[in-house]
Design a protein around this ligand. Structure first.
Ligand code: HEM
Length: 457
């Protein structure tokens, strides 16, 4: 892989033969990209992968230009989005007019006001799902963190997506099928330039997952075809829109949007909530302060309620800092519709620009002590001093994550619920736990954790 850290528009990227660059990149892609980002230190850099030569843009001013001020030039199209379009169709994850329709319908469903209406439902689902950890805790049996966080998140997201319209048996079929889709897309996501006619690992699992998911989803759509009923959930909003907006929106549009919402909401939240435990284990002082705050607000035996959250400012800080180090939607590309300049570098129409909160948020010139987990950065008196695009785990501009309020509420409720009942103890691992590149940033090995029940709780 070659890097061209350029300021002069005429400067050309240096090329390496594809086989050399690909082997280095494939061996440890995240480390390689981070090395390049650190070397460029905020200047526009260019990756040379042979078949594709995207720019990497990390400086907060440049990120702002791409995501916000020139968002009409930098669009979600091109090679990197192709596999996602095959998956999500003309849904909220697309671009242009098709995206606008879904955005107009879905954004209000996820506003802070509507989420507040769903929050009681979410909190009781979380209380029940976290309660299931009491068994292994009592028996002194360590849990595997990622699947357990996944179970809690899946139960919660199912409520946000379907309210009480989905039956337990349907949820039990849907959840594994959706999970299979989310994990089997990884190779297509990483190698978007490989044509569909060339098989990749995960293709078969993907097709199976899609079949299983479609069976359940289309059954549900059929049941509510003529009467969407009431509810603050996403499914109801989509069914109502199809009824009122006419023939443009069909069953497939509902399926595509449900799948898009599922994929964007479960994997991201699960992976983020997996990283929190090793981070806390590395900072016992932070873990102690967190436990003190939570246990002073949530009484023994009491279920966590949405009203508790306003009394838990440190929980919020911890979640914010978690997403600085592990912004699980870690990289997202744009394609340029018309020639422009970023930081003095000419970017022509049709070229790809990569935006990565992971890289920007780990730049030493942007965040002092960038590699360290320090929730104090987000203390109320400090939180506003950084550049808007020094911290953008949810993106920005027109495509800014519409699920950020759901995530914040869900993550804070889950973290509070676990800490109010248990003292976690992460088990030693063989070698350091590192993020592994993929659609999100899963850990490279399983993380196990003992949960010690807190006395009297
Ligand atoms: C840790 C949690 C999450 C992270 C880090 C995250 C990150 C992001 C990012 C970076 C984008 C912008 C993508 C782009 O500009 O191309 C995005 C978009 C989106 N996110 Fe999230 N997200 C999270 C949770 C959620 C949740 C819980 C939901 C749904 C309930 C959700 C739904 C969406 C949707 C629908 C979009 C597309 C918005 C649009 O294009 O208009 N996300 N997310």
């Amino acid at each position: 892989m070659s890097v061209d850290v350029g300021v002069a528009p005429a400067r050309k990227a240096k090329n390496f033969p594809l086989y050399q660059t690909l082997t280095r990149f494939v061996r440890d892609p995240l480390r390689e990209i981070q090395r390049i980002s650190n070397a460029a230190d905020g200047q526009v850099a260019r990756l040379d992968l042979g078949a594709s030569r995207p720019f990497i843009v990390t400086h907060p001013d440049h990120v702002q230009q791409v995501l916000r001020t020139e968002s009409e030039i930098f669009v979600r199209d091109g090679t990197f989005w192709r596999p996602l379009h095959g998956l999500f169709g003309d849904s909220i994850m697309s671009e242009y007019a098709e995206w606008e329709v879904s955005k107009r319908i879905l954004q209000p469903v996820l506003s802070t006001k509507t989420i507040r209406s769903l929050s009681e439902h979410m909190a009781s689902t979380i209380d029940q799902a976290v309660g299931e950890l009491a068994g292994p805790a009592r028996e002194g049996r360590p849990i595997e963190v990622l699947p357990e966080m996944g179970r809690i998140v899946n139960d919660t997201v199912t409520r946000v997506l379907f309210g009480d319209k989905i039956r337990q048996a349907e949820a039990d079929r849907l959840i594994p099928a959706m999970e299979q889709l989310a994990t089997s897309i990884a190779f297509r996501f990483l190698l978007p330039f490989v044509p569909k006619s060339i098989p990749l690992p995960g293709d078969r699992a993907f097709a199976e997952g899609l079949r299983a998911m479609d069976e359940t989803l289309f059954e549900l759509v059929d049941r509510f075809r003529y009467d969407a009923g009431e509810g603050y959930d996403i499914f109801t909003a989509l069914c109502k829109a199809r009824m009122t907006e006419g023939s443009g929106l069909d069953d497939t549009w509902i399926r595509d949007n449900l799948l898009a919402m599922w994929a964007t909401s479960t994997e991201t939240t699960t992976v983020a909530l997996t990283w929190i435990w090793p981070l806390l284990a590395g900072r016992p002082d932070v873990a102690g302060r967190l436990a003190d705050e939570v246990r002073a607000v949530v009484a023994p035996g009491e279920a966590v309620r949405p009203e508790h959250l306003s009394e838990l400012p440190y929980v919020r800080q911890v979640v914010q800092e978690l997403l600085r180090l592990y912004p699980v939607g870690w990289i997202f590309p744009r394609i340029t519709l018309k020639e422009t300049e970023i930081g003095g570098v000419r970017v022509k129409a049709g070229q790809t620009v990569l935006i990565s909160p992971f890289l920007t948020q780990r730049l030493e010139s942007v965040w002092e002590g960038a590699a360290e987990f320090r929730p104090e950065r987000f203390a109320p008196d400090k939180a506003r001093t950084y550049h808007r695009y020094a911290y953008f785990p949810f993106g920005g501009g027109p495509h800014q994550c519409i699920g950020r309020h759901v995530f914040n509420m869900e993550a804070e409720l889950i973290l509070t619920s676990v800490i109010s009942r248990f003292t976690p103890q992460v088990q030693p691992t063989e070698g350091p736990v590192e993020p592994r590149i993929g659609a999100t940033l899963r850990p490279n090995q399983p993380i196990h954790m003992l949960l010690h029940p807190v006395e009297g709780r």
